[in-house]
Unconditional design. Structure first.
Length: 362
């Protein structure tokens, strides 16, 4: 008798490691490990979430119709070309399922988001890593690795965990250099934090053809990570594919209602961006004063390099902070063992962290 076995490749997946607190430590953490919002969601989103409690016995609107309309209205996009998902993670997986399979290759950058290789392997395809140039996605490197097997490119812009971005012109050059039958997925999870004027989340590339998708999330600047809401802006044929593949009720009613309130509260988004614009540069400057190396970021987190000596290493810093109830993200799995990724939290969290770093280095 043959034993039951999962499909080939599934057991090659290294399961995603979330930045959750370990059991047995302090119960109250300063959590700067998961790039969540420093200030939390719009109060209106909380109210909308609570109000949805009266409707819990009904299935949600499977098409997320009002949420898509709200996103479309705020972003100036056609709601028919938007597909909502249980986090952008779900949409990334559906895109891989829709467009790649065994024998196919999916390109991603060396220090790209950890879900890309997982998603790639989950559909039986092969992840192909493209080396970064100065911790930044290298367009020429991507183009050099295209083969007849390449079906899809995942690129986060800004990238997690490096915090770097490529310009709209560079992204357009990537699209122009890829064959037409390769899907480009521009993952713009941190788009709202970017204040540089050479940046674009990718809408114009989606509009320009039929082979580029932009994904976005409510987990970052909108502060709704617990609710799992993402959205993709797609050419119509790709929206159709996603709608065929997704589960019929993939975004719950409380999530849809809170999402509508969150995206319509533009002032709250501006406030969150403003907070980040003050405290990320402040943090990077303080860290540099302590003799550590922060890589300049355009998102709501910073990648910080620690000394090579064991006593002051990233590993030692992580353990030291964890014992004090401060959670930072080790990025060894991203091939950056000397660094920690640190989310920009509240003012008091950042001051607490900087004081603890000074103590650690003393
Ligand atoms: C680059 C990037 N893409 C996608 C996601 C997933 O976000 P979501 O919560 O929408 O699934 C994250 C979350 O950290 C991310 O960093």
């Amino acid at each position: 008798m043959n034993a039951l076995a999962p499909r080939p490749g599934i057991l090659d997946i290294a399961a995603y490691q979330p930045g959750n607190p370990l059991a047995g430590g302090p119960t109250k953490y300063v959590n700067l490990a998961s790039n969540e919002s420093a200030l939390g969601p719009s109060p209106r989103a909380r109210e909308a979430y609570k109000a949805a409690a009266a409707e819990l016995h009904y299935y949600p609107d499977g098409g997320s119709t009002r949420l898509r309309r709200a996103i479309g209205a705020v972003q100036g996009l056609d709601p028919e070309r938007i597909v909502c998902g249980a986090g952008s993670d779900e949409l990334l997986t559906l895109l891989a399922r829709g467009y790649a399979g065994p024998g196919d290759e999916i390109l991603m950058s060396e220090h790209g988001f950890a879900m890309y290789p997982i998603t790639t392997r989950s559909v039986g395809a092969t992840p192909v890593m493209v080396p970064d140039r100065e911790l930044t996605a290298d367009v020429d490197g991507f183009l050099a690795r295209v083969t007849p097997r390449t079906r899809l490119v995942f690129i986060a812009n800004p990238n997690n965990p490096t915090g770097t971005m490529i310009s709209a012109d560079e992204m357009a050059r990537l699209r122009a250099g890829l064959p037409d039958n390769v899907l480009l997925v521009v993952d713009s999870a941190y788009a709202e934090y970017v204040v540089r004027n050479d940046y674009s989340p990718g809408v114009e590339l989606v509009d320009a053809g039929d082979n580029t998708v932009m994904t976005r999330t409510f987990s970052k600047i909108h502060g709704l990570a617990a609710l799992r809401i993402g959205w993709a802006y797609c050419p119509p044929a790709i929206a159709d594919v996603l709608n065929r593949l997704r589960s019929p009720f993939n975004v719950g009613t409380p999530a849809q209602e809170a999402g509508i309130a969150a995206i319509e509260d533009v002032a709250n988004v501006d406030k969150a961006r403003g907070h980040n614009d003050v405290w990320r540069p402040w943090f990077e400057a303080e860290v540099a004063k302590l003799g550590l190396k922060p890589f300049p970021s355009v998102a709501n987190f910073s990648l910080v390099e620690f000394p090579a000596d064991e006593k002051h290493s990233a590993k030692a810093a992580h353990a030291f902070m964890q014992a004090r109830g401060i959670l930072l993200r080790p990025v060894g799995v991203y091939g950056l063992p000397r660094c920690l990724r640190i989310t920009i939290g509240t003012e008091s969290e950042m001051r607490t962290l900087v004081a603890a770093l000074a103590e650690f280095l003393a």
